[in-house]
Design a protein around this ligand. Structure first.
Ligand code: THU
Length: 159
């Protein structure tokens, strides 16, 4: 279903992530917005999928990207490096993650995280996390742009 990837070319792994995100989108619970989103994140060799979930109290909504990442934590997979995440929705252009998801994605995957934005028409745009959230907030400025595994490595090294 993929037509193009202007930023860089699609790998077989990218296609697997997009397919997993597309399948997860079918599980979206979006009775209020009717806007279904799917996401799939690669932690090490594993793929963890997520969908958006809405509630009558709208602020409790969870986006597809965060559902995928939180599910990886719950499954004990988030100690593996998060290297790529795909997100897909029925949008005219490849869908863009919201600000809350960008913060979570940056903290978990670092500035190099491969972010695959897609839509149902087969358009794909691939960006790096640093392009989506420059100047992100971090509690410890030494961790700027670093994923959690690299962060603990540099703490151990006393940097
Ligand atoms: N949504 C996502 O799941 N991911 C995004 O990146 C943007 C928005 C969801 C939240 C809500 O259920 C619906 O889309 C409309 O905002």
């Amino acid at each position: 279903m993929v037509k193009e990837a202007p930023a860089t070319s699609l790998t077989a792994g990218d296609r697997r992530l997009i397919d997993a995100a597309l399948a997860a989108r079918e599980h979206a619970h979006a009775p209020w917005s009717r806007f279904k989103v799917g996401a799939a994140a690669r932690f090490g060799k594993r793929i963890v999928a997520g969908c958006n979930i809405e509630f009558d109290v709208y602020g409790l909504t969870n986006c597809a990207e965060r559902t995928a990442i939180f599910s990886a934590f719950a499954a004990g997979l988030a100690r593996q490096p998060l290297t790529a995440i795909a997100v897909i929705a029925d949008t005219p252009e490849p869908v863009c993650p919201c600000g809350a998801c960008r913060q979570v994605m940056l903290e978990c995957g670092g500035a190099d995280l491969r972010v695959i934005l897609a839509n149902l028409r087969g358009d794909v745009h691939i960006v790096q996390m640093r392009d989506l959230l420059p100047g992100a907030f971090r509690l410890d400025p030494r961790t700027q742009g670093k994923s959690p595994s690299r962060r603990s490595a540099s703490h151990k090294a006393g940097r």
